[in-house]
Design a protein around this ligand. Sequence first.
Ligand SMILES: C[S@@+](CC[C@H](N)C(=O)[O-])C[C@H]1O[C@@H](n2cnc3c(N)ncnc32)[C@H](O)[C@@H]1O
Length: 456
Amino acid sequence: MTSVDGGGGGGPLEKNRTKVGANVGADVVGKRRSVRAAAAGTSSAAPAPIICVDTETYDKQLGDKVERVRTQFADFFSGELEVFRSKKKHYRMRSEFRIWHDYEQGTEKDLYYVMFQGGGHDQKRFRVDDFDVGSELLNRLMRKIIEGVRGNEVLSKKIFQANFHTTLSGQAMVSLLYHRKLDEEWKAEAEKLRQQLATAEGLEEGHIPSLIGRSRKQKEVLGVDHVTETLRVCGRDLSYRQLEGNFSQPNGGMCINMLEWAVKHTRPEGGEPKDDLLELYCGNGNFSIAMAENFRRCVGTEISKRSVAAAQHNIKANGVENVVIARCGSEEFSAALLSDKMKSFKRFEQQGLDLSECDFGTVLVDPPRAGLDDDTVKLVSKFGTIVYISCNPETLCENVKALSETHDVAHFALFDQFPYSHHVECGVVMRKRAKGKRAREAGGAGEEEDAAKAKK
Ligand SMILES: C[S@@+](CC[C@H](N)C(=O)[O-])C[C@H]1O[C@@H](n2cnc3c(N)ncnc32)[C@H](O)[C@@H]1O
């Protein structure tokens, strides 16, 4: 078996029906094999990719996560953990696969999707024909793509990866990655394949999925390089442009749960908005747009220029008039806000917003796995209410520990965004303590008065 795949390690091929049992990350049961067994033997201890799931183990895997989170955060929260269950199958809207080429005497015999476990000499690869984790639309497109590429000399030549992005609304885009320049001949064949994708069941009426070819310093877009997702949040349909290659919450159903949870816990008493929201790491405006009616104004910052452009598009598309988003790294924004260097925020002024007039009562952060830097923790600690969304309980725990000097945890949610894996998504609402009082001394878990606001 020879590989033209730059990333291929050449380990033995595992069966594609790798089945995920309970407590994944420790127990991944393949067709009668487990990662734990492999780790004890010759292979690395890295969890095998989740390809085929055993839905009967869902409750146990979620129960294990609940226990783990409860234990990890016991020093900060003893109230009721809100647990949000995922769909047991077909919950993931996007996924990436390497493409493996099998050769015999210099002739290509087969080509298929693979996923890897581990690295280096111990790397194992798993053939993927069906992908239980991916949405049903994603599975249908996977089949159409592999059928279209297999045996097509132009489309298969030096292809090494396929990335799929689908939506609950029935839109999709597929990116094909190559180790060669893409020419007119490729475009013509790719367009024929794109028309084949349009026949997939489950697409929004009239929608033709986009097909994007990528090679070094080259990007060929057949269609557009984004999809439009529609999420029904608290009874309203919200429309979000999601970009190829940029962040979007991977589990569409769980994203709705996360948005509704954030809306619910920031609803103003009496229903009338009283103050403003600051959102850091706002991506395409996902949270601010959903939460806008709870605040007089929502101000968001985000480091990715493309995501900021998508956010600005989404603000208009949803007819939301009180959200302003600008490009800025959280570290830079926090350091400047702490030192009162307001001049540096021309990007907000250009949009008619004077930050010094904002009355921020609440901050929402949804950082990458690394969590918050020191300046951002310091800035966030000045707010009356902190809403922290996190995909990494380790960094969340460190940050909650630092913030617990001034705040108590009022609400804690576990969103099962990544079923059967060891990954956990959490949501935490922290409220500022009245001076000198700790929640436990006050007899409750953070139900104290929402004290001083970080007035700027
Ligand atoms: C976990 S995502 C959350 C995005 C958004 N809240 C959502 O729900 O789609 C983290 C976001 O932080 C952005 N980001 C990463 N590092 C950053 C930084 N240093 N400053 C500001 N934004 C950053 C990423 O581009 C990404 O959009």
